[in-house]
Design a protein around this ligand. Structure first.
Ligand code: GLN
Length: 285
């Protein structure tokens, strides 16, 4: 069997199980051949080695059962980066690039005199912190996560990408922000977070069953972590510092309310490409 036939067969295997059967099949086939997805098209007439076929069938069966492609291949593109991912971390989503873009816009307008101090709260694979760190090589990033296993993945990504301006810390949101509440020169210029924000019992968790609950679920209305961060963030931010939060598409009003209640000004929301309210932020006056 050549690569072209293997691809056709793989797409057919995934057709009923996945809405992105063609892309999934290309990623998995490229993965077993240890080449990029783009390089696949130069190989279509070559034979598929039997070991590669065996591995492909194993991965296709798992994909057909709902395992995300990123966990099967062990990597996911985010921003300009190729990130390692494991089932211990949430798979970085394209919507989260909105948060990175917004953070860069705001930092650009802040005209800081000293290198920016930025923390990514709940870093998971390190996606947000590492994207900001590559764009801002002078900035000092802190990447926080409560999960030591997630931090291992994030640290591995930093090493692989040769990014050395990110410091990793283990802890929960409230404890970390309280510990940073010393203000002065060490206050943060920006806190950015894609925290867990799905409500316990939300039916769409069924589609996310392979991802860590710890990274997804935040209390009965999904707002527990967002509220905790809003409440504790002012203590860790310097004057004029910003807090930017990703949230669910129906959580914009609640997050704006929490930010205002915590004393933030310039409270505003950005929409994602699907026009859903997706990120809300404010400035500490
Ligand atoms: N964006 C994820 C989803 O698919 C949720 C991520 C999160 O809770 N931070 O709903």
């Amino acid at each position: 069997m050549n690569v072209a036939d293997a691809l056709k067969q793989a797409v057919r295997t995934l057709e009923t199980a996945s809405e992105s059967a063609q892309a999934d099949a290309e990623f998995l086939l490229a993965h077993v051949l240890e080449i990029s997805r783009g390089a696949l098209y130069g190989r279509m007439q070559r034979p598929l080695p039997p070991e590669a076929d065996e591995q492909l069938q194993f991965l296709l069966a798992r994909r057909a059962q709902g395992e995300p492609v990123a966990y099967l291949t062990g990597d996911q593109g985010f921003w300009s980066l190729d990130l390692a991912v494991t089932p211990e971390v949430l798979i970085p989503r394209p919507e989260t690039e909105l948060l990175v873009e917004w953070a860069l816009d705001i930092l650009d307008g802040m005209a800081l005199k000293t290198p920016a101090r930025i923390a990514d709260l709940g870093t998971g694979s390190g996606a947000i912190a590492l994207a900001l760190a590559t764009e801002l090589p002078q900035a000092a990033l802190t990447a926080l996560d409560v999960s030591p296993a997630a931090l291992d993945v994030a640290r591995r990504n930093a090493r692989k990408l040769r990014i050395d301006n990110v410091r990793f810390e283990q802890g929960d949101f409230a404890a970390f922000l309280a510990a940073c509440a010393h203000g002065g020169d060490t206050a943060f210029d920006m806190l950015v977070s894609n925290p867990p924000y799905v409500a316990a019992g939300d039916p769409h968790l069924a589609a996310l069953r392979h991802e860590p609950e710890l990274a997804l679920i935040a209390g009965p209305d999904g707002l527990d972590c967002l509220r905790t961060i809003c409440t504790h963030a002012p203590a860790a931010l310097g004057q004029g510092g910003w807090l930017l939060l990703e949230h669910g598409c129906d959580q914009g009003p609640a997050v704006r309310e929490s930010l205002r209640a915590a004393g933030f000004t310039n409270v505003q929301t950005r929409r994602d490409l699907a026009a859903h309210e997706r990120a809300t932020g404010g400035m500490k006056p």
